[in-house]
Design a binder for this molecule. Structure first.
Ligand SMILES: [Zn+2]
Length: 102
């Protein structure tokens, strides 16, 4: 497990708030959940998908917290089916596993 470096915080990095823990992080450290113009919801690992985004840490704990409080729905302004949330949860878990080996 790597811990994020603290201390250095260049001014120009845009910060976004995690819907789980409520803390602000540089955009690229967060996972973006995007509502597409078609009204579907997807995980945006590239940060380049168009649409309205909500942010959460790439951690299951934060995702589940935001999910339980329905913060994705509130933030994106639409209903998100449970199976979509399950898929997002799985992808985050996979991300965690893939990055646990460092
Ligand atoms: Zn968080």
């Amino acid at each position: 497990m790597r811990s994020a470096k603290k201390g250095q915080r260049p001014r120009k990095i845009p910060l976004r708030r995690c819907l789980g823990c409520g803390e602000s992080f540089p955009k690229k450290e967060l996972l973006r959940v995007v509502r597409s113009p078609e009204g579907t919801v997807a995980l945006d690992f590239t940060g380049k998908m168009s649409g309205r985004g909500a942010y959460v840490c790439k951690r299951t704990a934060c995702f589940e917290k935001a999910r339980r409080a329905k913060r994705f729905q509130n933030n994106l302004g639409l209903d998100i089916p449970e199976d979509v949330l399950d898929t997002l949860a799985q992808e985050i878990r996979q991300y965690e596993e893939e990055n646990a080996d460092e």
